[in-house]
Ligand binder design. Structure first.
Ligand SMILES: [Ca+2]
Ligand SMILES: [Ca+2]
Ligand SMILES: [Ca+2]
Length: 422
């Protein structure tokens, strides 16, 4: 199904077949390798300096990285992780100790870093891949467990890992062992968790036409498969909320918002045995609807398209939908960023949109006046000095939700960055 949809979607866009290799369907380890050797002019080359010193952002630079209003606190190179590329990133805070930990996807596993002293990040170790190496590894957290999937990784399934082990690591880095390995599906492109009720939703598998799986993880080491939703086709990414937004008719419902290649979809998944499609919406010049995230009021959804910069020449384009009525999403505005870089993952925390912008680094955009269709960039940290081109290098993702204000960033080519607002 997903491939049929691709063909329909891309029939007039032959070049996109190549571009997709950077997006999701083909292993791109080779391109990463060549890219890394191509960028020898990068003064921030990793060799020999696994951990950079703290560097304030002054006169637009921090340790050689272009920046605005965000200081570099520390970084760990891929060498430290003994990895060739990085992918997703998430965070976990131990509520008993208030220690903050970073979970970072690597081509050969998942790395865990203690950043409770953010200027001295401590690499604790790696949970290795259970199948092959892959450029795609996504991780989310429920309770004190990490849930990990990988794409283009054969019969990977989902790893479940007890994060409390991170509190007692002796002689790091170590090789961790998985606590539970679910094998009811193979590769998944991503996973979504509703932390409010304890469900995980792998998306982009070869089941349910690529739509979300419903897996009860209220007892995290004994997950229960409760089906899935295939009617809307392949979901590349998504978000699930227990809805408390402006559309009162859906209050208290569990709502899945999927980014489904050519549109966003809104699905009521409260009843796992009878999920109901509510609505869908698209926009002009779509190329690959990639990811979206609600604002704090669950009214506006910030959506990224992963191929529109390449196919249509946009400056980084963010599509903001108004979901005042969940049954009728409306395109509220299009925001164009400062560079030609592609947008990848974006998250809202408070009134800031944190955008993982590939070669443009991570960009922070004020959305406090979105009602008036006003968005403006307040800062950035560009981990990819070589250029701001519409390519698949640089920042994969950002996790902006730590209470401390530490913002952690994964760069495909150079590893982990910890930054803070000035
Ligand atoms: Ca885009
Ligand atoms: Ca409604
Ligand atoms: Ca750049």
């Amino acid at each position: 199904m997903r491939f049929i949809r691709y063909n329909l979607l891309l029939a007039t866009l032959i070049s996109t077949l190549f571009i997709l290799s950077g997006c999701k369907d083909e292993p791109i380890d080779d391109s990463f390798d060549s890219t890394m050797t191509d960028n020898t002019g990068d003064e921030n080359d990793d060799s020999g300096t696994p951990t950079a010193m703290e560097a304030p952002c002054e006169n637009g630079l921090a340790a050689g990285f272009a920046c605005k209003n965000y200081n570099l606190i520390s970084r760990l190179s891929l060498e430290v992780f003994d990895a060739a590329s990085a992918s997703d990133i998430w965070g976990w805070t131990d509520l008993e100790t208030q220690k903050e930990y970073v979970l970072i996807g690597l081509n050969n596993g998942t790395g865990f870093v203690d950043i409770s002293t953010p200027s001295e990040p401590l690499y604790l170790g790696k949970l290795p891949t259970v199948t092959v190496n892959s450029s795609w590894r996504d991780v989310k957290v429920y309770d004190h467990y990490a849930f990990i999937v990988s794409d283009n990784a054969q019969n990977y399934g989902m790893q479940i890992f007890d994060l409390t082990k991170l509190n007692t690591v002796e002689n790091p880095p170590v090789t961790f062992e998985v606590d539970k390995h679910l094998t009811t599906f193979g590769s998944a492109h991503n996973l979504v968790i509703n932390e409010a009720i304890g469900y995980v939703y792998p998306v982009g598998t070869n089941q349910y036409n690529g739509g979300p799986h419903f897996i009860n993880i209220q007892d995290p080491l004994n997950p229960i498969d409760e089906g899935g939703f295939s009617e809307s086709g392949y979901s590349h990414d998504g978000q699930v909320v227990t809805y408390n937004g402006p559309d009162e008719e859906h209050h208290g419902k569990e709502i899945f918002i999927g980014s489904n290649e050519n549109e966003i979809v809104v699905i009521d998944i409260t009843d796992k045995s009878n999920p109901v499609s509510i609505s869908s919406a698209s926009y002009s010049n779509y190329a690959y609807t990639h990811q979206g995230w609600f604002d704090k009021n669950q009214r506006y959804l910030y959506v990224g398209d992963e191929l529109d910069e390449r196919n249509f020449g946009y400056k980084t384009r963010t599509l903001v939908f108004d979901l005042l009525d969940l049954d009728n999403p409306l395109l509220h505005m299009e925001y164009l960023g400062a560079t030609n870089a592609i947008d990848h993952n974006g998250y809202i925390h408070e009134d800031t949109f944190y955008l993982a912008n590939y070669t443009g680094g991570v960009r922070m955009i004020d959305v406090s006046d979105i009602d008036s269709k006003t968005m403006f960039e307040t800062g950035y940290f560009d981990t990819y000095p070589a250029n701001d081109n519409a390519g698949f290098d640089g920042v994969w993702s950002v996790y902006p939700f730590f209470k401390s204000g530490n913002i952690v960033v994964s760069d495909i080519n150079t590893g982990l960055y910890v930054i803070q607002k000035k």
